[in-house]
Design a protein around this ligand. Structure first.
Ligand code: ADP
Ligand code: MG
Length: 697
């Protein structure tokens, strides 16, 4: 339950004076539908209206507030495209006011000929004469103080002018009231921060451009609040999981050693280190919550297997959860192969298993005759009962929500915390892991298995499509299989699809039935079928939107073509490229760009050419773009920040993490005075999911 003190902030914007349904709708696009969303909508710059020169002294375009005498109106009868002009002057010179599509009677009423007026707006020099289009303020001389001296400029959206936005946000700030302090006084003193309310008001009243920068004390204070809310929520979840007593499971090497011995390769140092970290967690009496981060191809599967075998060595069961049927099957195949010769039972369960087979499998599972179960969400359905599930691996963890994680953990023995290992191939810059995975310990596979041939990456203009098709033809003649990924168009699946379908038709005309198409709107069964045909070699070219699954393994595919590569996040490009270069053959990746490339876009694509290290790519992407974009918004799993900018405020993250830990150590359920205030903070930033897990207070 949201605290009452916050009700006014969570009212709809429509309750503000001057905001009707139409404006509210427009505001929603740029800020949100609640008053709080407007409070977090921050100025980018200021307009200083204090400049009041004589007209003759205006020598360049600038914002001015001038006192003038209104002269002739021109264009009263004017038709068509001719703008409406009003001549005006002061003692030193003259200026024209220009109106396009004017409301004539309004102008006549506002600017009666012969009277004096205060005019504020941007004056421009046009053919040596002064012009001002659509002045922002037209006021009688005695109302000078109704023109703000300094006005914040906010990010705008169609249908809301700068002036209206500033006024509406002004109204929104009136709804804000001081809130009880949730930060430690000593921190406030040390950092010289204002309280929440004063910081908020200060932020909306910048006096100059510098005041709108992200390093002003007020913004830092608010950013810290937000990051603290994030860290506190994560820490609550973490403690919730850790609270349950876990199992002490030490490896006796009976199975793990045999698997390692029969691998056709030696484990990398990164794999050994990660296995070590996992084993320590499993031996520890509290439940494991660990994330294994590693690029596509870095060898996460074998690490997962060895971890699961530790559970099996302790006479318990383990499971691995994959986001799709096809990935589950791949895991099943490789785990079966790696465990051949071992006296254990590995099985697969997906949504496709029905009737008798499913029943038989469930019965074995309940009896403990299955040691390792691999599958999709089917493995944590209600009627799936394990004999003793003690360890679970979640592959591509960002594809699953907290509830699913919880549902899977609930399959363990009552009152015993289950050991969880989450895996992801989405590299996240070190600075961001805390905000995304703050509730987990992290192991990184930052070293690739040896013997990979690097992917030859080239950046080319899409205008050379004919050459590219020619190259594709030659590659296919040489036996290659290729992916052709079509552009990401905004956030619209529909448009994505149109582009992919068009390319599919185009390539089908050239290559006939050797071309297949997969996209996000297809049923997963149909998707899998096309993927399967590509994997078997029945088709040579797979045209796809970005749906091609992260872990999908078709070692024969050696060419990756990505259209409009400039529209993808670098990490996304990296993921896509990771699908080739998996076999012994040399692979190629063509990054095709649409229009001429800007400097940043060029720099970004160049990074792709220079490195295949996902962590470096993610760090560089963070430097060049906003954090929200780093992962490609669709697959990010990155929490949304309103005030904090992760690229500029990440130094606050470790501080907030320590703060959160200390707070909960002293006040586990946030029931102290400060604890209650911190609850308000969690609700303020809508991170209240954690509050559910606290005991009442
Ligand atoms: P990920 O799941 O991290 O994308 P996989 O676990 O599928 O990667 O491993 C990719 C490939 O690398 C597999 O074919 C696997 O057998 C192989 N591999 C894993 N570890 C090593 C290693 N240490 N040396 C050589 N090859 C390895
Ligand atoms: Mg994998």
């Amino acid at each position: 339950m949201r605290p009452e003190i916050l009700y006014p902030l969570f009212a709809d914007t429509e309750t503000l004076p001057g905001v009707g349904a139409r404006i509210a709708k427009n505001l929603e696009k740029v800020a949100g539908s609640k008053i709080i969303d407007l409070l977090w909508h921050m100025p980018l710059d200021v307009i200083d209206r204090r400049n009041s020169p004589a007209l003759k002294d205006i020598l360049f375009d600038q914002i001015v507030t001038v006192e003038i005498t209104v002269g002739k109106h021109e264009g009263v009868q004017g038709k068509g495209r001719k703008p409406y002009r009003v001549w005006c002057h002061d003692d030193t010179g003259s200026m024209q006011l220009i109106f396009f599509h004017p409301r004539r009677d309004y102008i006549l009423q506002q600017l009666p000929e012969g009277e004096n007026r205060l005019i504020s707006g941007k004056v421009e020099i046009y053919n040596g004469a002064l012009q001002m289009s659509h002045p922002e303020y037209i006021m009688p001389i005695n109302k000078r103080n109704e023109i703000p001296h300094i006005e914040p400029i906010y990010p705008l959206t169609a249908g809301v002018s700068g002036k209206v936005m500033a006024r509406i946000i002004g109204e929104a700030t009136k709804k804000a009231k001081p809130l009880p302090e949730w930060l430690d006084q000593s921190l406030l003193d040390r950092e010289k921060w204002l309280n929440w309310y004063d910081a908020l008001i200060d932020m909306h009243h910048p006096k100059n451009k510098e005041d709108t920068f992200s390093d002003t004390p007020s913004r830092i204070r608010l950013a810290y609040d937000e990051i603290l809310a994030n860290q506190l929520a994560l820490e609550i979840m973490r403690r919730q999981t850790k609270k349950k007593k876990g199992r002490v499971m030490a490896s006796n090497d009976s199975l793990t050693k045999q698997v390692i011995d029969q691998l056709p390769y030696a484990l990398t140092n990164a794999q050994l280190r990660s296995i070590d970290e996992i084993k320590k967690d499993m031996e520890d009496p509290s439940a494991m919550m660990r994330l294994l981060q590693g690029d596509v191809g870095s060898g996460k599967t074998v690490v997962a297997l060895i971890s699961m075998l530790v559970a099996v060595e302790n006479n318990a069961q383990a499971a691995i959860l994959a986001p799709t049927e096809i990935l589950a099957r791949q895991h099943f195949d490789s785990l079966s192969e790696m465990t051949s010769g071992l006296d254990i039972n590995v099985a697969i369960l997906t949504g496709r298993d029905k009737g008798k087979t499913r029943e038989a499998l469930l019965s074995k599972l309940a009896k403990g005759e299955i040691d390792i179960l691999i599958g999709t969400h089917a493995i944590f359905q209600k009627d799936v009962i394990y004999n003793d599930l003690a360890m679970a691996v979640i592959d591509e963890q960002h594809r699953f929500g907290v509830e699913q994680r919880m549902a899977l953990s609930a399959k363990g023995k009552k009152g015993v915390g289950m050991d969880l290992l989450a895996m992801t191939a989405t590299p996240i810059p070190r600075t961001l892991t805390l905000t995304v995975y703050g509730d987990m310990d992290v192991s990184r596979l930052d070293e690739k298995p040896p013997g990979r041939t690097p992917v030859d990456t080239r950046v080319m203009s899409l205008t050379r499509i004919d050459d590219i098709v020619g190259a594709a033809r030659r590659a296919i003649q040489d036996g290659a299989r290729l992916y052709w990924v079509c552009p990401l168009v905004e956030e619209s699946e529909v448009l994505d699809l149109a582009a992919a379908e068009e390319r599919y038709r185009h390539l089908s005309q050239i290559f006939g039935d050797r071309v297949g198409l997969v996209h996000g709107k297809m049923k997963s069964k149909d998707k899998d079928e096309v993927m399967q045909r590509f994997s078997n070699g029945e088709i040579d070219i797979l045209v796809a939107t970005t749906v091609i699954e992260v872990g999908v393994n078709v070692p024969e595919a050696t060419v990756m073509i990505i259209e409009h590569a400039e529209r993808f996040g670098l990490s996304q490009l990296h993921q896509l490229r990771g699908r080739v270069g998996r076999g012994a053959d040399k692979s190629t990746c063509l990054l095709l760009y649409g229009q001429t490339l800007g400097k940043t876009a060029k720099a970004r694509l160049t990074i792709m050419r220079e490195t295949e290290d996902g962590f470096i790519i993610a760090e560089e992407d963070l430097k060049l773009r906003g954090a929200g974009e780093v992962l490609g918004t669709r697959q990010s799993g990155l929490p949304k920040f309103r005030v904090a900018s992760l690229e500029e405020h990440h130094h606050l993250i470790p501080m907030a993490r320590d703060d959160a830990r200390l707070i909960l150590e002293k006040d586990m359920d946030l029931t102290s005075e400060r604890g209650k205030n911190l609850r308000i903070l969690l609700y303020l930033f809508e991170r209240d999911e954690g509050v559910r897990y606290l005991n009442s207070g």
